[in-house]
Design a binder for this molecule. Structure first.
Ligand code: UDP
Length: 234
């Protein structure tokens, strides 16, 4: 196994699957199966899931809600996804704990770093819900920050594309995929990997990121085994 402790970032939007809104149960089930394969390998797994399928803070002003309020709504949206994912993982025989960046005591534990690490050591999957608990951040920044805090070896960004390309592969047929690229080159070429806050946190803390296709069967487990999947940024 290449990694002992990882942080997996899943977008909320991906949870919609074939639907236009909300949570697709098939997608949830598929994610649970992919994650089960890596817990069976013995890797310690922490997960951050986004909320874009339900609400994003930047949308708030379009409907007359101020940005900060909207961001809190977005954070609560991530918690709904996290609860759905938690259920799917437990249905499939995994042990989990949900930790929230905003205190919601009757639903989940507050985020406490040492406690999160303890859960991981005991083989529980830790899901970080409600972002970092502050507006003007994203779940990508949450993923970077929490990964550093729990000393994960890598951030695995599961998306629907199989890595980072020289240009948008959906628009430019000549675009090619990087297998490895440096943080500096991503900056210089202005490639879209994560928002700048999230990206800089990883760079400054020497935390590699792998962007990979989460929808391809077995990809996640192959990555953990050390196969070249997606794009490694280091
Ligand atoms: N959010 C926030 N602080 C955080 C994490 C998330 O304010 O620490 C809000 C923000 O409004 C964001 C929304 O929650 O738009 C949903 O998260 P995100 O857009 O990152 O989800 P994804 O794009 O991964 O589905």
């Amino acid at each position: 196994m290449k990694y002992k402790r990882i942080l997996l970032k899943l977008s909320g939007e991906a949870l919609m699957g074939e639907k236009n809104y909300g949570i697709d149960s098939k997608r949830l089930e598929q994610y649970a199966h992919e994650i089960k394969k890596i817990t069976d390998l013995g890797v310690e797994v922490a997960i951050v899931i986004g909320g874009g399928n339900i609400f994003r803070g930047v949308q708030a002003e379009n409907i007359g809600i101020d940005r900060v309020q909207g961001d809190y709504m977005g954070m609560l949206a991530t918690l709904i996804n996290a609860m759905a994912l938690q259920s799917a993982l437990e249905e499939n025989g995994m042990f989990t704990r949900l930790m929230s960046g905003i205190k919601i005591e009757s639903v989940c534990e507050p985020f406490i770093r040492r406690r999160a690490i303890r859960h991981l050591e005991k083989g529980r999957i830790v899901i970080f819900g409600a972002g970092i608990g502050n507006p003007y951040f994203t779940t990508d920044s949450t993923a970077s920050l929490r990964a550093i805090e729990i000393e994960a070896e890598v951030v695995l960004k599961g998306t629907r594309v199989d890595g980072v390309y020289t240009a948008d592969p959906e628009k430019d047929k000549t675009a090619t995929r990087y297998t490895t690229i440096s943080f500096q080159e991503v900056y210089e070429k202005n490639l879209n990997v994560m928002d700048m806050t999230a990206f800089t946190l990883c760079q400054e803390n020497n935390l590699p990121i792998i962007v990979f296709d989460m929808n391809k069967d077995g990809n996640l487990a192959n990555l953990i085994r050390g196969e070249k999947v997606g794009t490694l940024i280091m």
